[in-house]
Design a protein around this ligand. Structure first.
Ligand code: MLT
Length: 332
């Protein structure tokens, strides 16, 4: 069973559920630090996995990218050298372009939208496509909230305010093009390098949800937040498809059920925690600026310029239309 390891009885006693003498312990890579959505999803998954398997299976979280940068964990899981990973969906897109539909700006407009899309037919299609393209299976969905823009220089309320700022983005073409539509050339950079780059002022800012800004302690190196809503961050839990296929049918069912339980727990976690985390960041000295004119300028520029550029890559305009109509919106 790949890199999963066997636990000894003494260790097992520490878990809420008494684990059998030799439970299988899976390694779960986590991109972010403690206190955010990814850790909450991982903890909920481990608890449900132990319960589902009667203690035969468990997992261990490796936070802060200890098992590799988020995009690298996709390759590691695809080759079966890593069991599970929890990461932002934008870091899966380079391996499975159709998932990019969920990275297009202003497609997901609320947590309800995110849950509808991921837990419905569209989500199922993406699971299948990701197995085919990337050799990893999405078994759970984490919900982290909208990616807000942070920077260390100035309040940003309009597209004009953004000019001149050096903004880090993930190595994700859709996000790069989104910033270009707002008139700046962003700096693509791996997640693991981002804190140091902000600290050393190699870049002025970045975007990520409140939960992630908090989990990564970005408040120590950033003081301005712009409350943008261009991208609702979905953070899947993936398993190596080859490791999944090595499991018995019963074990597969247990892993899938644990993933579903973790998905529900993640949705509840965000609803319960996001407002508190936002306040906590303010109490630590971060200033929040609302985008002018209800964000209309950001919305118009990004949707007009970015959506059509990626129709081919996501599998055709109809893929986006399918998502929009499933959310009760007009086709593009
Ligand atoms: C990124 O910006 O690369 C990701 O959103 C980081 C994360 O997973 O939180």
């Amino acid at each position: 069973m790949s890199f999963a390891t066997r636990l000894l009885t003494g260790t097992a006693a520490a878990f809420v559920l008494a684990l059998p003498a030799a439970a299988v312990e899976y390694k779960i890579a986590v991109g972010d630090g403690a206190g955010g959505t990814q850790e909450a999803l991982g903890k909920a998954f481990i608890e449900a996995l132990e319960e589902q398997s009667g203690g035969e299976m468990t997992g261990k979280l490796f936070l802060n990218g200890q098992l590799g940068d988020e995009q690298d964990t996709v390759s590691a899981a695809a080759t079966g050298t890593l069991d599970f990973s929890i990461l932002a969906i934008n870091n899966i897109t380079p391996f499975s372009p159709s998932v990019g539909t969920l990275t297009l700006p202003y497609v997901i407009l609320s947590q309800d939208d995110a849950e509808t899309v991921t837990q419905g037919e569209v989500g199922q299609q993406m699971v299948a496509q990701t197995i085919e393209d990337a050799g990893v299976r999405i078994i759970g969905w984490g919900y982290s909230g909208f990616r807000v823009l942070t920077n260390s220089k100035q309040p940003v309320s309009t597209v004009a305010d953004l000019q001149g700022l050096v903004i880090r983005v993930p190595k994700n073409e859709i996000m790069i093009e989104t910033y270009k539509s707002w008139g700046i050339n962003p700096t693509p950079m791996a997640w693991g390098e981002t804190f140091a780059a902000l600290q050393q002022k190699v870049v002025d800012g970045q975007d990520n949800p409140y939960m992630t800004v908090y989990a990564m302690k970005f408040d120590e190196v950033q003081n301005h937040i712009t409350d943008l809503h261009y991208l609702f961050s979905i953070e899947p839990l993936i398993v190596s498809e080859s490791i999944f296929q090595d499991l018995s049918a019963d074990e597969q069912a247990q892993v899938l059920a644990a993933g579903e339980a973790a998905t529900q727990a993640s949705a509840e976690f965000l609803r319960a925690e996001e407002a508190k985390i936002r306040e906590e960041l303010v109490s630590r000295g971060m200033e929040i600026t609302e985008p002018a004119d209800d964000e209309q300028e950001f919305i118009d520029l990004a949707t007009t310029a970015v959506w059509p550029k990626f129709y081919d890559q996501i599998g055709g305009k109809e893929v986006l239309d399918n998502v929009l109509t499933s959310l009760g919106r007009e086709p593009a």
